[in-house]
Every structure is written in structure tokens, then in C-alpha cells.
Design a protein around this ligand. Structure first.
Ligand SMILES: [Mg+2]
Length: 184
């Protein structure tokens, strides 16, 4: 698989709340890896609120869950305060390091896992390197992106164009809705 192909998600949904988790279960998925920033909460939200905690706790009845963030310990542990979700900080996406750690934490093989995240360059590309399947979700609040993510978004735009040219069908199906949702 080329780098460009690895950046094409297996599906797109506007948010984590729109995904059909039941159909993932039917596909044999036992484990969900979630990105944190702009996937579950905006960068400028310091903690999960009740809605997100209840939602994830409910999923925990059917799936093993690991929250895999590239942010530091303080940000991630504070965001998840009062919950007992497994998590990784400084997960170094898109390298394979964090994904391998997360697989060890849950004792699962990569074919049983779905990664869910809002960035092509870290979540989608990184997971596909294992390979682990990935659902791209719309960012909670794109304007709260910061630092390295802004650089990633710049590269992401160029990659989106390449995918549009090389894989027009997949682009239309899985990325055009993403582009439209964020007015890119
Ligand atoms: Mg993110």
C-alpha cells in the first residue's frame, strides 16, 4: 500500500456519535482505539463532559477501549479524570509504537481493532501502517487545532488533492463528506 493509499480511511462519519458500533461488532471488531483531541473533545475543552463519558462507558459494555493521544500526560489524564478508560499519552502517531503498545494493553490482534480519529496524517495513516482499520471522524472543533496539528492539516490538504486525482471513487465516498463538513 502506498503512503497515499494508507491515508484513505475505511469509512467517514461526522462524529463518534454517528458510527454504527453494532455493525462493527458484527464485523468482528472487539476493540476501539480512540484519538482524544478533536475526536472526543475539542482541544480547548479540558475534560470530557457527562455526555462523552456516558457514551464511552456504554461502548465499554461491548468493546475494549483505549484512548490513544499524542498529547502529554497532563492533558490526557486530566481530560479523563474520574473515568477508568485505558489510555496512552505521547502515543507518537503515526509511528507504530503507540499502536503496538495499545494492542498489548488489550491483548488483541490488529484485525480485531478499529481506530477512530480526526486526522489523516496521524490517525488514518498511522493505523494503516500496522495495518489497523480506521474510521475518520469530523473534528469536534477545527478552529481549536494547534501547533503540529496545523502543520499536519496543511499536508493533509495536499494529500486530499492527490487522493482525489488517484482514487476519485474512494475520495468521493469517504473524503468528500469530510471536506464538505469542514468547508476545506
Ligand atoms: Mg485528533
Amino acid at each position: 500500500m502506498s503512503m497515499i493509499q494508507k491515508c484513505i480511511p475505511d469509512a467517514y462519519h461526522a462524529s463518534i456519535f454517528e458510527i454504527s458500533y453494532h455493525s462493527l461488532q458484527k464485523q468482528g471488531i472487539t476493540t476501539l482505539f480512540f484519538d482524544l483531541d478533536n475526536t472526543i473533545i475539542a482541544y480547548d475543552q479540558s475534560e470530557l463532559n457527562v455526555k462523552e463519558i456516558d457514551f464511552l462507558n456504554n461502548l465499554k459494555k461491548d468493546f475494549k477501549i483505549v484512548i490513544m493521544s499524542n498529547s502529554g500526560y497532563k492533558r490526557v489524564s486530566n481530560a479523563l479524570k474520574g473515568t477508568d478508560f485505558m489510555f496512552l499519552w505521547h502515543s507518537l502517531k503515526p509511528t507504530k509504537i503507540g499502536f503496538k503498545k495499545a494492542l498489548k494493553m488489550v491483548g488483541e490482534t490488529q484485525d480485531k481493532v478499529m481506530m477512530i480519529g480526526d486526522q489523516l496524517m496521524t490517525d488514518v495513516y498511522g493505523a494503516h501502517r500496522l495495518p489497523i482499520k480506521v474510521i475518520l471522524v469530523g473534528s469536534v472543533k477545527r478552529s481549536s487545532d494547534r501547533g503540529i496539528t496545523k502543520i499536519n492539516r496543511f499536508i493533509e490538504k495536499k494529500i486530499l488533492k492527490k487522493i482525489m486525482i488517484k482514487q476519485p471513487k474512494l475520495y468521493e465516498e469517504r473524503l468528500l463528506p469530510y471536506v464538505k463538513d469542514h468547508a476545506l
